[in-house]
Design a protein around this ligand. Structure first.
Ligand code: UDP
Length: 368
C-alpha cells in the first residue's frame, strides 16, 4: 500500500482472539507497512494466540492492551481507555476490527471518540438473539462503522434493514476462505496429524464448544458431554480453557473421560482434523464457515446462529439434547453419500478474494 513519495497511511488493526487473527491475517499482510497491529490480550493463552500469529505469518504486535481475563464490562472499559491513550499518542488514519468480540465494541467506541474512521470486517451478521453479548458487540460496531465489509449479500441486507446507508457497505466474501485455502495441510501432513491422534480418516468426530450458553449451565454442559461420549466413533475435543474451567467447577471430569480431550490445537492441525473428520460438532462461528471450504458437515449446538448461509447444506443447528446423537447417527448411517453431496457445493463465503477486496475498500476510504 506504500506509495513511493509519501509515508504509508497508519491503519490500526485490533485483534486478540484466534478467530480475529485468522480472519485479519490476509488484510494485515496486504496492508504491509500501513498496518499497526494492536493485540488486546483477550486470548492470553499461548496456544490461543501466539501460535496463531506465527502460523498466519503476522508480525509481533506493535502494542498489547493486556485486557485478558477480565469480566466483560471491565474488559470493555479498560480496552477503550488504553486504545484512547494509544490513539492520542499517534492518531491513526483508520481502525480495523473484525467480528463480535468485546474488543470490537471497545475499539469501535475508542475510534469514534478519537474521530478516526472505523472499518468493520465481517459486518452485518445477525443472530437476532439478544441473550448473546456478541450480538450487541456487532450491532454497535456496525452502527459506529464508516466502512462495513459484509461477507455475504444476506449480511448486507441485514445492515440495510437497520437503516445503514448503502454507500457504507461493501460485500467482500469472508476472509476465512483464503485462510483455510492457504493453511489447510496437504494429504501427507494430514495423514501425520491423524496418526498422532490415533484416528482414521472419516472415522472420528471433531468437537469444540465454549460458548457461555453451552458451558455455564451445568445441566446443559452435562447433556453435551453425555451426547458426545455416547457417539459410536471417537470424538476429539480440543478443549477451550473456559470449558475446562467449567468441567472442573461442576465436577464433570469423569463424564469427559469417554471423549478424547486435548488442549486447543494450532490452526493447521485443526483444519487437518476437520477436513478428515466424519463431521464436526461445534458452537464456534468460524468453524461453520470453514467447513464450507473443506466440505464437511457440522452440527451446530446453539440456540441461534448468525450464519444462516450454511444451514441446510454444511450445517444443521440443534439444541443441546438427544437431537445431537440422533442427527449424528443419521449422518453416520450414510456418510459417504453426505460427503459426496457436499463436495461440489460452493462456499457461500466467496472465492478467497475477501482480503484483497477489503484492502481495496480501505484504500478507497483513505483516499489512497
Ligand atoms: N480452532 C483452532 N484450534 C482449536 C479450536 C478452534 O485452530 O483447537 C480455530 C477454528 O478453526 C476457528 C477458530 O479457532 O478458526 C474458532 O475459534 P472460536 O470457536 O474460539 O471462535 P468463534 O469462531 O466462535 O468466534
Amino acid at each position: 500500500m506504500a506509495t513511493p513519495t509519501t509515508a504509508p497511511p497508519d491503519v490500526v488493526v485490533v485483534l486478540g482472539t484466534r478467530p480475529e487473527i485468522v480472519k485479519l491475517a490476509g488484510i494485515v499482510r496486504l496492508l504491509g507497512d500501513a498496518a499497526r497491529v494492536v493485540h488486546t490480550g483477550q486470548h492470553y493463552d499461548d496456544n490461543l494466540s501466539d501460535v496463531f500469529l506465527a502460523e498466519l505469518g503476522l508480525p509481533e504486535p506493535a502494542a498489547y492492551l493486556g485486557v485478558g481475563g477480565e469480566r466483560r464490562g471491565r474488559q470493555i472499559g479498560l480496552a477503550v481507555e488504553r486504545l484512547d491513550e494509544l490513539f492520542a499518542r499517534r492518531r491513526p488514519d483508520a481502525v480495523v476490527v473484525q467480528g463480535d468480540t468485546n474488543a470490537v465494541l471497545a475499539a469501535a467506541i475508542a475510534a469514534n471518540a478519537a474521530e478516526v474512521p472505523l472499518v468493520h470486517v465481517e459486518a452485518g451478521l445477525r443472530s437476532y438473539d439478544r441473550r448473546m453479548p456478541e450480538e450487541h458487540n456487532r450491532v454497535v460496531a456496525d452502527h459506529l462503522g464508516d466502512l462495513l465489509l459484509a461477507p455475504t449479500e444476506t449480511n448486507r441486507e441485514n445492515l440495510l434493514a437497520e437503516g445503514i446507508p448503502p454507500d457504507r457497505i461493501v460485500v467482500t466474501g469472508n476472509t476465512v476462505v483464503e485462510a483455510v485455502t492457504e493453511l489447510l495441510p496437504a494429504a501427507e501432513e494430514r495423514a501425520e496429524v491423524l496418526a498422532r491422534h490415533g484416528v482414521e480418516p472419516a472415522r472420528y468426530v471433531l468437537a469444540t464448544f465454549h460458548r457461555p450458553e453451552n458451558v455455564d449451565d451445568p445441566e446443559i454442559l452435562k447433556v453435551i458431554l453425555g451426547e458426545l461420549a455416547s457417539l459410536p466413533i471417537p470424538v476429539i475435543l480440543p478443549m477451550h480453557p473456559r470449558t475446562r474451567r467449567r468441567i472442573v467447577e461442576h465436577g464433570f471430569a469423569e463424564l469427559a473421560e469417554a471423549i478424547r480431550v486435548v488442549s486447543p490445537v494450532g490452526y493447521r492441525e485443526f483444519l487437518a482434523l476437520g477436513a478428515e473428520s466424519a463431521f464436526l460438532v461445534s458452537d464456534s462461528g468460524g468453524v461453520q464457515e470453514e467447513v464450507s471450504v473443506y466440505k464437511r458437515p457440522v452440527l451446530v449446538v446453539r440456540r441461534s446462529t448468525e450464519r444462516p448461509e450454511v444451514l441446510g447444506t454444511f450445517a444443521e443447528r440443534v439444541l443441546p439434547g438427544p437431537a445431537i446423537g440422533e442427527i449424528a447417527r443419521r449422518w453416520l448411517a450414510d456418510l459417504d453419500a453426505l460427503h459426496a453431496h457436499l463436495a461440489p457445493l460452493p462456499s457461500p463465503y466467496g472465492d478467497g478474494s475477501a482480503s484483497a477486496r477489503s484492502v481495496a475498500a480501505i484504500e478507497e476510504l483513505l483516499g489512497a
